[in-house]
Design a protein around this ligand. Structure first.
Ligand code: NAD
Length: 503
């Protein structure tokens, strides 16, 4: 294992060859249109890469390639063992190049290198491996009928899938979609977020090296308002799997309605609660989890637990401990292995988060830990952890998704009030409950209106468990687990009439 130091990662960064192209039909290509766009390194504010702004011709070309290979069947109808072997090779190639990819992702997203390493050298290849291994262990079904028929319920790949992705977990989010879509036999057109396209482009090259046929995986770079919209409105895409804001998710439903009625899977925003009941012991482990739930990835996490709902009689002790932990979080150079929190994705996003903090103060929330002015004064888009107390459910910062490191504590006086406040949101992605009583844990687990409930520890589950939201956090689609396959498959009934038995 190479030395785990800032100098080591800086030297890997200096030697990186950053992609400058889109990827269509197995080829690195410059876009047909002359337009390009630039991405910035959020830690320095300096330009990082210049990429094609894919226009209508590029989108058409990618969709055509995906359709042709789907119809040809070299992937969609390949034997399960063939797809399995290729995806296992892809997992190994990601492991081989994992360190470089992690450094690239840290540079473009501002995520701490330790998080990037964990996601890209461990989680991403393990997810490809998990779905690869599922392929030849998944059976279709036979319906119960009389002997005069055999009724088969077959699952078939849906066809051409597009996936439009956010910037907060670039390669991991791509993998949550791609691994089950490719395992199903679909062809895929990926549009990464415009701030974070690089690792997806490298993944497409590795897919070719792994033996996945040209055209099965295409990457279109470009902004959402143009490239993303063209994808949403394209008449030959069968399904879109989208992760991003609720506002843009709604647009994808409109695009589908006004084009070919493609199916749309949505994973969207959240305003998730972290509930501490009065029987929970405020251990260092609980406080670490509270801080991680709010500040992991700088709070730029769909399931961030920003509304921390705490039993009123524990509030003072809780605030003292959470503020101390938040103050200790090391904000700094994402390539430094000691860094716990990097910059916000952009200055524009930092300004948006800052305006929520200002609104919180104006609306009367008590600022217990203000963002560190020194951290914000340098280059890049850094922001430090912020903690508010005395939130009330109607306040803007208690209702709207901030997507930054702003933790707010709401005090409650009873179990039922905790539940009412927790559910008092338009969203429903995730919740954490801390309690020493199993009965309370189950009561909350059953009554919380959200897709994932974590008890006595902040977690989103693992690859074996589905992830998705209730209400405005998601559609019925789920990422992860066997359930994710449902986004990329459709069922076909084959009813075979048989002659009456001769006996
Ligand atoms: P976003 O909605 O702004 O962008 C997501 C993607 O949509 C990007 O690729 C973007 O280019 C594209 N897009 C933007 N405008 C578009 C348009 N008009 N037409 C078509 N495409 C368009 O979201 P973001 O800022 O990248 O990510 C943050 C959001 O994602 C947060 O709301 C967060 O909660 C959510 N998110 C959800 C999950 C989940 O699993 N539920 C996971 C990660 C992030």
């Amino acid at each position: 294992m190479p030395e785990q130091s800032l100098a080591n990662y800086q030297s890997i960064a200096a030697g990186l060859r950053l992609p400058e192209h889109a990827f269509i039909d197995g080829d690195i290509i410059t876009a047909r249109g002359a337009a390009v766009f630039q991405t910035l390194n959020p830690a320095t504010g300096m330009p990082l890469a210049t990429l094609p702004h894919c226009g209508p011709e590029d989108v058409d070309r990618a969709v055509r390639a995906a359709r042709q290979v789907f119809q040809a069947g070299s992937w969609s109808r390949a034997a399960p063992e063939v797809r399995k072997a290729a995806l296992l090779r892809l997992a190994d190639l990601i492991r081989r190049d994992g360190q470089k990819l992690a450094v690239m992702e840290s540079l473009e997203s501002g995520k701490p290198i330790t998080d990037c390493l964990n996601e890209i050298t461990v989680e991403v290849p393990d997810i490809f491996q998990w779905y690869a291994e599922l392929i030849d262990k998944s059976y279709d079904r036979i319906a119960p009928t009389a002997e005069t028929a055999c009724a088969m319920i077959l699952r078939e790949p849906i066809g051409v899938v597009a996936t439009v992705l956010p910037w907060n977990f670039p390669l991991l989010m791509a993998t949550w979609k791609l691994a089950p879509a490719l395992a199903s036999g679909c062809s895929v057109v990926v549009k990464p977020a415009e701030d974070t396209s690089l690792t997806a482009l490298c993944l497409a090259e590795l897919a070719v090296e792994a033996g996945i046929p040209a055209g099965v995986l295409n990457i279109l770079t470009g902004p959402g308002e143009t490239t993303g919209r063209l994808i949403g409105q394209h008449a030959d895409i069968d399904t879109v799997s989208f992760t991003g804001s609720t506002e843009v998710g709604r647009l994808f439903l409109q695009y589908a309605a006004s084009s070919n009625l493609k199916t749309v899977g949505l994973e969207m925003g959240g305003k998730s609660p972290f509930i501490v009941l009065d029987d929970a012991e405020l251990t260092p482990e609980l406080i670490d989890n509270a801080a991680m739930a709010a500040f992991w990835n700088g709070g730029q996490n769909c399931s961030a637990n920003m509304r921390q709902i705490v039993a009123r009689n524990r509030q003072d002790e809780y605030l003292e401990k959470v503020v101390a932990r938040a103050r200790a979080i090391r904000v700094g150079d994402p390539l430094d292995p000691g860094t716990e929190m990097g910059p916000m994705i952009s200055r524009q996003h930092r300004n948006r988060v800052q305006s929520f903090i200002d609104t919180g103060v104006k609306e009367g929330a008590r600022l217990m830990l203000a963002p560190d002015a020194e951290i914000m004064s340098g280059p890049g888009s850094f922001l430090a952890p912020t903690v508010f107390a005395d939130l009330t459910p109607g306040m803007t910062i208690a209702r709207e998704e901030i997507f930054g490191p702003v933790l707010g504590v709401l005090a409650v006086s009873s179990l039922e009030e905790a539940l009412t406040v927790a559910n008092g949101t338009e969203y429903g992605l995730h919740a954490t409950v801390y309690t020493g009583d199993l009965n309370h844990a189950m009561h909350f687990a059953r009554r919380l209106a959200c897709g994932t409930v974590a008890v006595n520890g902040f977690t989103e589950g693992d690859i074996k468990t589905p992830f998705g939201g209730y209400r405005k956090s998601g559609s019925l689609a789920r990422d992860k687990g066997i359930e994710a396959m449902g986004q990329y498959q459709q069922t076909k009934t084959v009813w075979i009439n048989l002659p009456e038995s001769a006996t």
